[in-house]
Design a protein. Structure first.
Length: 315
């Protein structure tokens, strides 16, 4: 039969001083201390601040039932905000507690002006889970381990121990708003541009005039179909594909905050070590989906369909 432990976490100087530190109840002290260490709570922050270890957890009482353990916890922590405890101790309070008005007011003030509703995708996942619908699976391209797509992307892919050795570290540069403003890549760096593959000829001519001979990755989407969002997704995907080949993009330089937002989403999704730098050029006019000549100047002789798209994107 599992035992119930009443424990005390405190600094070495406070051993024996029950009014200090944290009082808790658990059946697994090792796991509970580990959980505390990871949490952004009063006790969690104290553990980090004072560099406490499992040796600083002291077992005060051992019981065969939870009722007896929680009764002692309530006697040691009868009120909120005692020591490192935020809540009152006791089983009844733990199972169905309400914060006092002071705490509730603090929570309310912290939430004012913030959107607390989760995304529609989040609620759909909750609904599917309750209906027993399995989540989308993913398989690691490095080690073959399979798991839920979200967990694989967030916690495994960029950190897999069997991923190709990262022996190459380079940077990547956007074209318009970065290279066109005189911020050039180094000899081994690459260019990841939102320009369509249909613009590759004139773009490479421009680079030749600037004596830039770096590898260039063009957007695989036709010119008339690309958007700032899809351009950002393209750049993030290139960074991920290079990572799978053992090439780390240390820093990506870009001037388009909308594209950077999409890039950062994929960097976070795949747990990549890439950093981004926003080249803020002082509010120069954005000319998304405007073709340019080999000198980098915009060309306005667009088709009627392209003009409609240009007007919509630059409003």
């Amino acid at each position: 039969m599992n035992k119930w432990y009443v424990y005390h976490i405190c600094k070495n100087a406070d051993i024996g001083n029950i009014n200090s530190g944290y009082i808790g109840v658990t059946q697994n002290t090792i796991k509970r201390f580990s959980d505390h260490s990871k949490n952004d709570s009063h006790v969690g922050n104290a553990i980090k601040k004072y560099k406490l270890t499992y040796d600083d957890l002291h077992i005060l009482y051992i019981f065969d039932s939870s009722d007896a353990a929680y009764l002692i916890e309530n006697k040691l922590r009868p009120n909120e905000q005692m020591g490192w405890n935020g809540m009152q101790g006791g089983k009844g309070y733990t199972d169905d507690h309400k914060h006092n008005q002071y705490i509730r007011a603090k929570i309310s003030n912290a939430r004012k002006g913030k959107i607390t509703r989760q995304s529609d995708e989040h609620y759909k996942k909750l609904s599917d889970s309750q209906k027993g619908i399995p989540r989308e699976k993913s398989v690691c391209p490095f080690c073959g381990i399979g798991a839920g797509l979200g967990n694989m992307q967030r916690w495994h892919l960029g950190r897999c121990k069997k991923a190709p050795p990262k022996t190459i570290m380079i940077n990547s540069f956007d074209c318009d708003g970065v290279i066109t403003l005189g911020i050039y890549p180094g000899p081994n760096d690459i260019v990841i541009t939102g320009r369509s593959f249909e613009e590759s000829e004139v773009t490479l001519e421009m680079f030749k005039l600037k004596e830039i001979h770096n590898k260039v990755y063009f957007n695989p989407v036709p010119f008339i179909e690309k958007t700032r969002e899809s351009s950002g997704t393209h750049k993030g995907n290139i960074i991920w594909e290079l990572f799978k080949q053992g090439i780390i993009i240390g820093i990506h330089y870009d001037d388009d905050y909308i594209q950077l937002k999409e890039i950062k989403k994929l960097i976070k999704l795949y747990a990549l070590p890439t950093k981004t730098v926003w080249v803020n050029h002082g509010g120069l006019e954005e000319l998304e989906n405007v073709k340019r000549d080999k000198f980098g100047n915009p060309i306005y002789d667009l088709t009627e369909k392209e003009n409609v798209r240009h007007t919509k994107d630059t409003e």
